[in-house]
Ligand binder design. Structure first.
Ligand code: ZN
Ligand code: ZN
Length: 389
């Protein structure tokens, strides 16, 4: 029998507001939404930012095994964590069923989450009202400090330091533990301790990394967010194994997130910057944590072949140069087959001979490695590159 695995899919990783700026395409512009598929078949959705729309377009009801269906955990009611709800297509199909969890807001009272949904679809903010949303919806109030089971999975909640309140969720599955701590600011002793409890020994600790450490102590103090450095500190103190930097600032271009990631990796062994489309698998044989990055994000692919010279850095940090053929090319990126194994997120330079109006022309493109897969050809890897120029 195959080992049980837990799959964590990142559908939205951006904080505060979605971004469509090309400088943010690589990490992605959708606001927070994660999907966790537990070994027992139960599906968890963490937050309902704009990433939820993409998940909805591919959603099928979880079934088989001991699946307990779909459970949607909402950390708090700020826009970026709920704005995907009206665009989640499965909510408009009668046979579907969803169980929502969130806290009773002191500003709203009983049925806070239900009220939030009704308010965001109220006249004149949205063209259709809640009555057309005919999937079965159940709402459960949860408080910080609770623990409960859903199928074989144990869920624990903690309050985090954020304006108007925010819950952190810890999900313990039979294949590993994920702690999800978006929107939180360090500096409140009691809530800092809650954050450590949430992250204690977790395989994956997802933490708010919106601001730089410098911003956090100056211009952005009191805004309710954290930094990569605070994430590293908490991960160390709590004994978390892998840190995922999350809730990227809408003004952070991909290069800024790259540099944040580099700094964090200098301080902590296992760090990823959350990226739209990233999938983390827990419990698979081999590496305890496997992360797959998204491929080129679609559009305008051509069935063409270009001779290319590729320069980059290997996993081991050595420079390499290799001749290859680029056969899956789009305006945004390419899949390239290489003998060398380049580092994820490292820079690649691809020089191609491309037909121009006056004969062959050399085109030099700079890009980043966003994905490394096994290639059909033995001894080779298929490398996904997103171009930045
Ligand atoms: Zn947020
Ligand atoms: Zn917030």
């Amino acid at each position: 029998m195959a080992a049980p695995t837990t799959k964590l899919n990142f559908w939205g990783v951006r904080g505060s507001t979605p971004t469509v700026d090309p400088a943010t395409w690589r990490y992605g512009g959708n606001t927070p939404c994660l999907e966790l598929e537990a070994p027992d078949g139960t599906q968890f959705i963490l937050d309902c930012g704009t990433g939820l729309r993409m998940l909805g377009n591919r959603w099928t009801a979880p079934s088989g095994g001991e699946s307990q269906g779909t459970h949607i955990l909402i950390t708090h009611y700020h826009w970026d964590h709920i704005q995907g709800v009206p665009f989640f297509a499965p909510l408009y199909i009668e046979k579907n069923e969803f169980q929502f969890y969130s806290f009773r807001s002191e500003f709203l009272g009983a049925d806070s989450l239900k009220q939030v949904f009704e308010a965001q679809m109220a006249v004149p903010y949205f063209p259709v009202d809640m009555s057309v949303m005919n999937a079965k919806r159940k709402f459960q109030e949860v408080d910080g400090g609770e623990s409960f089971k859903i199928g074989e999975n144990k869920i624990s909640t903690r309050w985090l330091n954020h304006p108007h309140g925010c819950l952190g969720f810890r999900i313990e599955t039979t294949a590993g533990t994920v702690a999800y701590a978006t929107d939180n600011e360090p500096g409140n002793e009691k809530l800092d301790e809650s954050l450590r409890e949430l992250a204690a020994g977790a395989d994956i600790f997802i933490n708010d990394a919106q601001f730089s450490p410098e911003q956090l102590v100056s211009t952005r103090k009191g805004w309710g967010h954290s930094s990569w450095l605070e994430g590293v500190k908490t991960a160390r103190q709590a004994g978390a194994k892998t840190l995922v930097l999350f809730h990227h600032d809408p003004d952070s271009a991909d290069r800024t997130v790259d540099s944040i990631l580099r700094q964090a990796r200098d301080e902590f062994d296992s760090v990823f910057a959350a990226s739209e489309g990233m999938v983390i698998t827990l419990g698979a044989p081999g590496e305890p944590v496997q992360a797959h990055m998204p491929g080129t994000r679609t559009a305008l692919r051509r069935e063409v072949q270009f001779q290319a010279e590729v320069c980059g850095l290997t996993e081991g940090g050595k420079e390499f140069m290799e001749e290859t053929v680029v056969c899956d090319l789009s305006l945004q990126g390419a899949m390239i087959t290489l003998k060398h194994l380049p580092q994820l997120q490292s820079e690649l330079q691809v020089t191609m001979e491309a037909p121009g109006t006056n004969g062959e022309k050399r085109v030099q493109l700079k890009g980043y490695v966003v994905r490394v897969d096994d290639a059909a050809e033995k001894g080779h890897v298929a490398v996904g590159v997103v171009f930045t120029n």
